[in-house]
Design a protein. Sequence first.
Length: 73
Amino acid sequence: MYIKVRVVAGAKKEDFKRKDENTFLISVKEKAERNMANRRVCELISLFFKVPINKVHIVNGHQSPSKILSVDL
């Protein structure tokens, strides 16, 4: 399953909003350096879908706020 994620890195507080079935808006406290924000986004998505973190992968947008993630359900 592919989902679209818009990420705000370096936010004051974490926020997780589902805009529609396959689109999310996620704010994370981690900065967008050394892959920290990407790792946290994958953690939050794995918790939401109740799958192990190794089942969530960034397909497109590693260095962009707009990302496409693959979730193996």
